[in-house]
Design a protein around this ligand. Structure first.
Ligand code: UN1
Length: 508
């Protein structure tokens, strides 16, 4: 396929790079990447060896010494060029995301657009890494704070956003003066290789040191080399709660910093005072978009009893017309799940739902034959459930929507916040009081709370992340950049005496 060539991909690719140079150990584990579309092999990467890992860390540490010296706006100029390179490769990279991850091409393009947007954001930010100044309590003293680069930032990304989430971290960290080591998901290594290839030319053209944007590949062991490595002050990890807890413990044991973006169990409340058609459409995008494999996917729909049947019937009628098939085919809205294991997890979730007393209203089956031969295609499911069911409490990375009935708004809020995760949330209502209550201190406990907008599809300009077991991290926009830097408080005495703070007298 021509577009793979244009992205510099071969049948076998190096899984390790220091940006400019690649490392290839043929005896290392070969990680094959099969498309979820048809199960066919797209290509492979070679796992990073311990020796290569050492080279990567040393090169990234060396590059940091030069990169941090470059004025931030000049670093921004490099990110601007990376944004342009991504614009040039938008269609090809979007297609690869679709081929390797399985999301529809439109969403693949959207993901690359998200990368371009974060580059633009990072360019502006490169002139706005502001610290505060404060008035000293001592005469002839000046106090201010400044932000310095942190060092090497380790980025562990998930299969579902194989390129965008890395760029949120990498582009912001880079303007902050850090160097980056990326460990992509083993399920989508080629997307990562393609990104490294796209930025390689920019690095070479600007005569930059090797090691600003590095990549390693491999299983959990390779990840642990990095999470336990004192030379990597910050680990930013996206993935399951289980993975996040392990990463957090390993990093905390060495008192390193983590930025965690873990599971979500996102709900939409639909009030009887909602624009119901709008609410239903937002729900469908949130629940079946990316085949339910976003951390922001809508999993629970908390609907007032007076409109429950109306909403349910409308959803079923829309679900019946959703085109499921190859994500590269125009018109398809739902592609395959990432692999057969994901299909099994969905099936077992539906079993658990029935065992708990829930009802499968529509869909849920594994599709077979013809274009569905790979066994990775499912029909999105609509279920009736109760919030306390264990399966409703868990995040299943599949298109399952649980409809939950409520009577009073207070009860709806209890259900809403009654899960361990706290990423994204929404209410559909035209009632100002309900909307504001949802956004108040007593409302949604999530990191993202929307009114008359679904749970997924956030813009890069806001801080992205969530509370509780979602991990508490914030990445992407707003002031998320601060985690990639270390803050230093500076006090300068320009007078000729030495007054002490708190008025302490200490005469020597
Ligand atoms: C994720 O699923 O890990 O808000 C990220 C969204 C996207 C990002 C999702 N912009 O749905």
């Amino acid at each position: 396929m021509d577009f793979l060539k244009r992205l510099g991909l071969e049948a076998d690719n190096a899984g390790t790079t220091t940006g400019n140079k690649t490392m290839f150990t043929k005896s290392a584990t070969r990680i094959e990447s099969h498309s979820p579309i048809d199960g066919k092999l797209i290509g492979a990467v070679y796992s990073t060896t311990k020796e290569e890992y050492e080279t990567v860390v040393n090169t990234a540490a060396e590059a940091f010494k030069t990169w941090r010296k470059m004025p931030a706006p000049q670093r921004g100029e490099i990110i601007r060029q990376i944004g342009d390179a991504l614009r040039e490769h938008k269609e090809d990279l979007g297609k690869l995301v679709s081929l390797e991850m399985g999301k529809i091409y439109q969403e693949g393009l959207g993901e690359v657009q998200e990368m371009i947007d974060i580059c633009d954001f990072a360019v502006g930010l490169s002139r706005q890494l502001y610290g505060l100044t404060m008035h000293s309590e001592r005469p002839d003293h000046r106090m201010y704070e400044q932000y310095h680069p942190l060092g090497i930032v380790g980025v562990i990304s998930a299969f579902n956003f194989p390129v965008a989430v890395w760029s949120w971290n990498a582009m912001i960290a880079a303007v902050c003066g850090d160097t980056i080591i990326w460990k992509p998901s083993e399920k989508t290594p080629l997307c990562a290789v393609a990104c490294q290839n796209i930025i390689k030319d920019v690095l070479a053209k600007n005569d930059l040191p090797e090691g600003i944007f590095c990549m390693i590949n491999g299983d959990r062991e390779v990840g642990e080399w990095m999470t336990s490595d004192k030379r990597v002050p910050l680990i930013s990890a996206t993935g399951s709660i289980r993975m996040g807890k392990q990463v957090a413990q390993v990093v905390a044991a060495r008192l390193g910093k983590t930025l965690l973006e873990l599971g979500g169990n996102n709900a939409i409340i639909i009030s009887p005072q909602a624009d119901i058609e709008m609410a239903v459409r937002a729900t469908v995008f949130g629940a079946v978009g990316t085949a339910g494999q976003r951390c922001t996917s809508t999993r629970r729909l908390i609907v007032h009893e007076s409109i429950f049947d109306q909403v349910k019937d409308r959803l079923v009628s829309i679900y019946k017309n959703i085109a499921i098939g190859s994500p590269l085919e125009e018109g398809t809205l739902v592609g395959p799940l990432i692999d057969k294991q994901a299909v099994d997890m969905m099936q077992s979730a539906l079993e658990s739902l029935k065992d708990a007393g829930g009802e499968l209203v529509y869909g849920g089956e594994v599709l077979q034959g013809g274009v569905y031969d790979s066994g990775t295609y499912v029909r999105p499911a609509i279920c009736i459930a109760e919030n306390h069911y264990q399966i409703v409490q868990d995040e299943t990375f599949a298109p399952i929507l649980y409809l939950i009935r409520y009577r009073e708004m207070e009860e709806a809020m209890e259900y809403h916040n009654g899960v361990v995760q706290g990423l994204s949330s929404a209410i559909f209502t035209l009632n100002l009081r309900e909307a504001e209550q949802f956004l108040s201190h007593a409302g949604s406990d999530c990191g993202i709370a929307n009114v008359n907008i679904g749970t997924s599809g956030a813009e890069i300009g806001g801080a992205f992340g969530g509370e509780k077991e979602t991990g508490g991290g914030r990445e992407s926009g707003s002031d998320s950049w601060k985690i990639y830097m270390r803050r230093q408080t500076n006090t300068i005495n320009w007078g000729s005496s030495l007054p002490l703070a708190q008025g302490i007298r200490f005469d020597v």
